[in-house]
Design a protein around this ligand. Structure first.
Ligand code: ZN
Length: 305
């Protein structure tokens, strides 16, 4: 298997469809192809080289390496998928579908489809593992610029008096991973309880919604930004604020506007980028590709320096 250090080397080494396929087979199965329908090993490889046939007498199904992955049933060439994944996972602030279509010479419609599928690989592979130790928590609000609103929405906004910004909570374990989540109809406390272990020490600002957390967790410290207090020993929220600024640059700089309906996807994408910021683009690409199988854990991803 050829190694590569950057996009140019990857595109040079993996321009041929068969070479791409072999690479994906290796990444997905590690040399031991498995039927995605019944889990049986050692399928027959058919003459065309890319199709396998399950040797289980009941199953006997045909499959290729893309079955059950984001690449399934797509007319996009594997070499284009690979280059797209490299670009999408590598860019610090994300790539728009327009940019992707220009970079790869594909239509914007295809680029949009590719972008959304690749984003699925950037979801947290361990969403149920709670953050622990020292966890910084803060909230931010995105969306809802009046000048971008059409008349109907503006009228609705005035009549209901509802703030049309969406609240997003950032949770960051110091020296660990970070997570962004849309607050929705939950209280701040519910979101924190869903994402953080009771053994953790929580650091927040003095927002009233954070009061009472000391009863649920090992400790809770709050810094009072109103009196210009930003750091008191271990109590500060600077790291989670840095995470927010990266998130906001992604949303405003690259995607310009994001509807609340899709916001959770951008939260996941920004978290993924933040959590893998210490590894190389090539490693990040390989992690995304292997994520369909889940062979690498998130811990391995973020601890690699
Ligand atoms: Zn089978």
């Amino acid at each position: 298997m050829q190694q590569f250090k950057n996009l140019r080397e990857m595109m040079a080494a993996y321009s041929d469809e068969n070479v791409c396929r072999e690479y994906m087979e290796k990444m997905r199965w590690g040399g031991n192809p498995t039927c995605p329908f019944c889990g049986m090993n050692k399928p027959y490889r058919l003459k065309n080289g890319k199709t396998f046939r399950c040797k289980d007498k009941e199953c006997k199904k045909d499959f290729t390496v893309t079955v059950g992955t984001i690449f399934e049933n797509s007319k996009v060439k594997l070499s284009v998928w690979m280059a797209a994944m490299y670009l999408i996972t590598g860019h610090k602030k994300g790539v728009s579908s327009l940019q992707l279509s220009r970079d790869l010479g594909i239509t914007q419609k295809t680029a949009w489809f590719v972008l959304h599928r690749v984003r699925l690989l950037m979801n947290d592979p361990e969403p149920d593992v709670p953050l622990d130790n020292i966890v910084e928590v803060d909230e931010t609000y995105v969306g809802g610029k009046f000048e971008n609103m059409n008349c109907k929405r503006l009228k609705h906004h005035r009549e209901t008096g509802k703030d049309n910004k969406t609240a997003v909570m950032g949770l960051l374990e110091r020296d660990g991973k970070a997570r962004l989540t849309v607050i929705g109809n939950n209280t701040f406390k519910e979101v924190i309880l869903n994402n953080v272990a009771p053994t953790a020490e929580i650091m927040t600002d003095s927002h009233l919604s954070y009061t009472g957390l000391a009863n649920e967790f090992k400790a809770h410290e709050a810094v009072n930004h109103n009196i210009k207090e930003y750091k008191r020993g271990l109590a500060y929220t600077n790291s989670v604020e840095g995470f927010f600024s990266l998130f906001k640059r992604t949303i405003f700089g690259t995607y310009h506007q994001v509807s609340p309906k899709h916001l959770h996807r951008y939260c996941a994408e920004s978290s993924y980028r933040f959590n893998s910021r210490k590894i190389s683009d090539a490693d990040r690409f390989q992690f995304a590709l292997s994520n369909t199988k889940g062979r690498l854990t998130y811990k391995q991803l973020i601890n690699k320096i």
